[in-house]
Write a protein of this length. Structure first.
Length: 185
């Protein structure tokens, strides 16, 4: 069994476990008014919390592992831009969304081939979330979008996802999935 299959099985198992232990999250109820009051501070706190992961080796030591899509390590969409290379910490997959602990870190390779942290990605199983909430989740005052199945990861569970380009400027916006400055070349 290759490592990609193992990671996908681990993600599926974690999503099932989260479904069984679903608890409402105090941090992600989608109250945009509360979140917007201190958006700048919350983004600053998320940046401070993830600063150690600007070093990919620190992220790996903290339990993040490469999580490729079906086409390979780097995720890109012609005409849209790229996301980069995703690293998943499956221990963070649960019914909680914590802005200081993203489930995925997204890296891009710089001109020298070094991995640089570009974005944070927050994910939660849609069935888990929907079992205890009437609306999709939101963090930083922005609603998550639904990644349906089948999807680019080959998962059989739909996910709610939110990208936050906290470490790499994105002319399409801080919360856009695709960044035109990121390529997989």
């Amino acid at each position: 069994m290759n490592s990609n299959t193992i990671h996908k099985l681990a993600l599926s198992a974690a999503l099932v476990a989260a479904t069984l232990g679903a608890q409402p999250s105090a941090m992600a109820h989608g109250n945009a008014a509360e979140m917007s009051n201190d958006l700048h501070k919350l983004l600053e706190d998320a940046r401070k919390a993830t600063q150690p992961f600007t070093d990919l080796q620190a992220a790996i030591a903290a339990g993040y592992v490469k999580f490729p899509d079906l086409k390979g390590d780097c995720v890109a969409q012609p005409g849209q831009g790229g996301m980069g290379i995703h690293y998943l910490n499956s221990s963070l997959l649960d019914a909680e969304l914590d802005p200081l602990h993203p489930e995925l870190l997204v890296y891009r390779k710089n001109a020298d081939g070094k991995a640089e942290l570009g974005a944070l990605e927050y994910v939660v199983s849609a069935p888990v979330w929907d079992s205890t909430h009437p609306q999709p989740p939101a963090l930083f005052g922005h609603a998550f979008h639904l990644l349906r199945t089948p999807n680019r990861y080959g998962l059989d569970t739909p996910l709610y996802t939110l990208h936050v380009w906290l470490w790499e400027p994105n002319r399409n916006g801080l919360f856009n999935d695709w960044n035109p400055a990121v390529t997989c070349d």
